[in-house]
Structure formats: structure tokens, C-alpha cells
Design a protein around this ligand. Structure first.
Ligand code: G1P
Length: 298
């Protein structure tokens, strides 16, 4: 069954960015001049997923506003003849069919995904986490979607990380998958945020998933795990051990492209600089200034 829907969990409190996130959702923090969430929606749309469900919570109203129209702003820009900005304002409105559901209680990523059950129904779907931005020049979702379609199971994106970083991620045990592409693997086990000594590999799950709808029944019976939260990683570990006829089987696509982590402050700053340095409008001036600035740091 083809994949049409994307789910974006966006209910987190954003405590790492306080006080900026006291009244602004962290998903709305600008990465150059666009809120982080818009990059994620653009990635979903570029992969053909125009039905987007955001799982939000309290104080997330501006997320809905961003994807809605603003007639008075549009009228003002029209009157000024500012076609360029008008197009930018309209772009986020026209990008996708964006729906919202609220996760009443902060019970974890697995619980957030379970909140999508009614909207998604009985078809495979993608999950995109907003803290990971994937460069549009290195799309990974199309490869993941193709692997889901070939296997009928679930697929996660994997990144090779330094062993001392694995405790920040879900971590996968893998074996080779029949086929020509060594970067496509079968997952035999998953552990949420293991200590380096217990990690089955240095392959970390990054925030892109293409899931079989069988995940919902599994999540429904998944007990709280690490941090007392219902973990998506634990549900995927269960699916990895289930037969294909029951929607089981989990696969990985090793991602080797450009990815920006906007989840913590230092990585966020790096992401903004890297993305701006690559932009044709800002890049040349920013690079020239950066080169000069770096001299003053030594
Ligand atoms: C979540 C998942 C984790 C995954 C990570 C990717 O953790 O629980 O398995 O590796 O996203 O960014 P979080 O970063 O929300 O703590």
C-alpha cells in the first residue's frame, strides 16, 4: 500500500532552549529565516507525503498559525507589491494538508505516535522528528519508502556515530540484507539510549521512520521504558522479532548525507551557520565574514 501520510511529533517542552521556548514552541525557532518545522514539512512533501499530522500539546498554537493563512499580512504585502515575501508567506499555507491532534499527557514518543492511530488508519506512514533536519540535497525518505514497500515491514534511518554518542539515541543490532546495497540492513534488535558498553553497534536511529500500521497494536501494549516513557524504540524492537505476516520485520537505511541537529543549543548554532553559508542569498557575505572572524579567534 502506498505511503501518503507523515506524522510529526511536536509536543515536547523544549526545555533545552529555555527561556526562548517559554512561550514559543521549539519547532518554531528560526533556522536562518524559516521555522525548523517548515523544513521538516518540506522534506515530507518532497517525498510525496502531503498529508501531515502534527502531534502537539499545550502552548503550540503558533504551529497551527504558521501553516494557516494570514489575510491581513497578505493584503499588506500585496498593497506594497512585495511579491517575493507574499510568496514566502503563502508557501507554508499551501505546502501540505496539515492536521493536528493533541497529546494530552507527555507519555513519550511511542505514545505520541499512538495518538496518530485514528488519523493514519491501516496504512504504512512516515514519522519525522523535528530535531533532525535532513539536507534537501540528500533525501533519505524516498529510499526508506522504497524499502518499506519492498519488505512490507518498518524502516528506520541509521547514522554511524561515535561510540560515546550512542547513549543519546536508539541503537540498532543489524545484519546484512539480501540485495546490492550494503547500506540497507535488517534490524535484529534495538535498545533505547544504551550505555556505550551495552550498545549493540554504533548505528544510531535518527528521527526518520517509515512504519507498518502494525506498530499501533504493539505500542498499545508497550510498557513504559527508559525514562518512564512509552518508547517507540521498544515497540520497534518487538516488531523486529515478529513475523512478516503480522506486520513484523524492521529494516534500516544507513544515512550518509548532511544532517543538522537542532535539538541542542550548540548543534543548533552550527546548523544555522552551515545552512546559511550554503544559501545563495546569504552564503557569500557570511562566508567572507566568517573567514575574517575566525582569524580573530586564534
Ligand atoms: C528520540 C528517540 C531515539 C532516537 C532520537 C533521534 O529520542 O527516542 O530513539 O534515536 O529521537 O533523534 P530524543 O532525541 O527525543 O530523546
Amino acid at each position: 500500500m502506498s505511503i501518503r501520510k507523515a506524522v510529526i511529533p511536536a509536543a515536547g517542552l523544549g526545555t533545552r532552549f529555555l527561556p526562548a521556548t517559554k512561550s514559543t514552541p521549539k519547532e518554531m525557532l528560526p533556522v536562518v529565516d524559516k521555522p525548523a518545522i517548515q523544513y521538516v514539512v518540506e522534506e515530507a512533501v518532497a517525498a510525496g507525503l502531503e498529508d501531515v499530522l502534527m502531534i502537539t500539546g499545550r502552548s503550540k498554537r503558533t504551529l497551527a498559525d504558521h501553516f494557516d493563512s494570514v489575510p491581513e499580512l497578505e493584503t499588506a504585502l500585496e498593497a506594497k507589491g512585495d511579491e517575493k515575501r507574499l510568496a514566502e508567506v503563502r508557501r507554508s499555507t499551501e505546502l501540505a494538508n496539515v492536521h493536528f491532534v493533541r497529546q494530552g499527557q507527555p507519555k513519550g514518543l511511542g505514545h505520541a505516535v499512538l495518538c496518530a492511530r485514528h488519523h493514519v488508519g491501516d496504512e504504512p506512514f512516515a514519522v519525522l522528528l523535528g530535531d533532525d533536519l535532513i539536507d534537501e540535497r540528500d533525501p533519505v525518505l524516498p529510499t526508506m519508502i522504497a524499502l518499506q514497500q519492498r519488505t512490507g515491514g518498518s524502516v528506520v534511518a541509521l547514522l554511524e556515530v561515535d561510540p560515546e554518542q550512542v547513549h543519546l539515541y536508539g541503537c540498532a543490532a543489524v545484519e546484512p540484507l539480501e540485495g546490492d546495497d550494503a547500506d540497507q540492513v535488517r534490524i535484529t534488535g534495538l535498545v533505547e539510549k544504551p550505555d556505550a558498553a551495552d550498545a549493540p553497534s554504533n548505528l544510531a536511529v535518527i528521527g526518520r521512520y517509515v512504519l507498518s500500521p502494525a506498530v499501533f497494536d504493539v505500542l498499545d501494549r508497550t510498557e513504559p521504558g527508559r525514562g518512564g516513557e512509552i518508547q517507540l524504540t521498544d515497540a520497534l524492537a518487538t516488531l523486529a522479532g515478529m513475523p512478516a505476516e503480522q506486520g513484523g520485520g524492521v529494516y534500516g537505511v544507513v544515512f550518509r548525507g548532511r544532517r543538522y541537529d537542532t535539538g541542542d543549543r550548540l548543534d543548533y548554532l552550527k546548523a544555522v551557520v552551515r545552512i546559511a553559508a550554503d544559501r545563495p542569498d546569504l552564503g557569500p557575505d557570511l562566508r567572507a565574514w566568517l573567514t575574517e572572524y575566525v582569524q580573530t579567534l586564534t
